[in-house]
Design a protein around this ligand. Structure first.
Ligand SMILES: [Zn+2]
Length: 241
C-alpha cells in the first residue's frame, strides 16, 4: 500500500507539472489573442471614421445642391422682375431674392464646417490605420516568438507526458481510474498532503481517528470533504512541500 501511495504522489507531481505547461501555453496564446483583439477594435474604429466621413460628404453634396437651387431661384426671380407690374409683386420677388442670397451665404459657412469635419474624420481613420499596420507588424513578430516558445513548451511537456504514461502503466487500474476521475473533478489535484490534520486540497480538518490512520499509512485514505487522496509526511520533510 505504501508503494501505491508513493507512486500516486509521483503521478500527481507529474500531472501538476503538465498542467503548469498547459497553463503557460494557454497564457501565451491568450496574450496574442488579446493583442489581436485590441488591433481589431482599432480597425473597427477606423472603419467608423470612414463611414462618418462618407456620410458627411453626402451632406456636403446636399448642401451644395441647396446652394445651386438658390442660385437658380435668384436668376429666375431676376428675370421675372422685368415683367412685374405692381410694386407688391416687385417687393415679393425682392424678398425671395434676398432669402436665396442668405441661403447661399449660410451654406458657404456650413460647407466649410462640414469640410473640416470630413478632414478630421479622414485624418483620424488614417492615423488609426497606420497605427494598426504598425501593430500588426509587431504582432506578427511576437506571434513567431510565441510559436517558438510554445513549441519548446510542448516538447518539454511531451517528455513529462511520456514519463507520466510510463508510470501510470504500473499503477493498478482500479486505483488509476479513481485517480484520473479525481484529477478531473478536482481541478488537477487528486493527491494532497495532510499537514496538522488539515487537508491541503480543501483546507478542512480531518477527524482525529482518520488522521491517525493516514499517519500510519497502511491504507489509502480520502478526505471526507473533497475526496482527494491524502498522504502524510513527517514534519521534517515539510521543507520539500
Ligand atoms: Zn479535502
Amino acid at each position: 500500500m505504501k508503494e501505491d501511495i508513493s507512486v500516486l504522489i509521483a503521478l500527481q507531481e507529474l500531472d501538476t507539472e503538465l498542467s503548469g505547461f498547459d497553463r503557460k501555453i494557454e497564457e501565451k496564446k491568450q496574450e496574442l489573442t488579446a493583442r489581436e483583439q485590441a488591433i481589431a477594435e482599432k480597425e473597427v474604429l477606423a472603419g467608423q471614421c470612414k463611414e462618418k466621413a462618407a456620410e458627411l460628404k453626402q451632406s456636403q453634396r446636399d448642401i451644395k445642391n441647396g446652394s445651386e437651387d438658390a442660385a437658380e431661384r435668384i436668376k429666375d426671380r431676376q428675370s421675372k422682375m422685368m415683367q412685374v407690374q405692381t410694386s407688391r409683386e416687385h417687393q415679393a420677388l425682392l424678398k425671395e431674392i434676398e432669402d436665396a442670397k442668405k441661403t447661399i451665404k449660410d451654406t458657404e459657412e456650413e460647407l466649410l464646417q462640414v469640410m473640416e469635419q470630413v478632414e478630421a474624420e479622414e485624418a483620424k481613420a488614417k492615423e488609426l490605420e497606420n497605427l494598426c499596420t504598425g501593430e500588426r507588424e509587431l504582432l506578427a513578430e511576437e506571434a513567431a516568438k510565441v510559436e517558438k516558445a510554445v513549441d519548446e513548451l510542448n516538447n518539454k511537456r511531451l517528455a513529462v507526458q511520456e514519463q507520466r504514461d510510463k508510470m501510470a502503466r504500473n499503477v493498478p487500474s482500479s486505483l488509476m481510474k479513481r485517480y484520473d476521475k479525481l484529477l478531473k473533478k478536482r481541478e488537477g489535484l487528486a493527491v494532497v498532503r495532510v499537514i496538522d490534520a488539515v487537508c491541503q486540497g480543501c483546507f478542512m480538518t480531518i477527524p482525529p481517528q482518520k488522521y491517525n490512520d493516514i499517519r500510519l499509512g497502511e491504507d489509502i485514505f480520502s478526505c471526507p470533504t473533497c475526496q482527494r487522496t491524502l498522504y502524510y509526511l513527517p514534519e521534517t520533510e515539510e521543507v520539500d512541500a
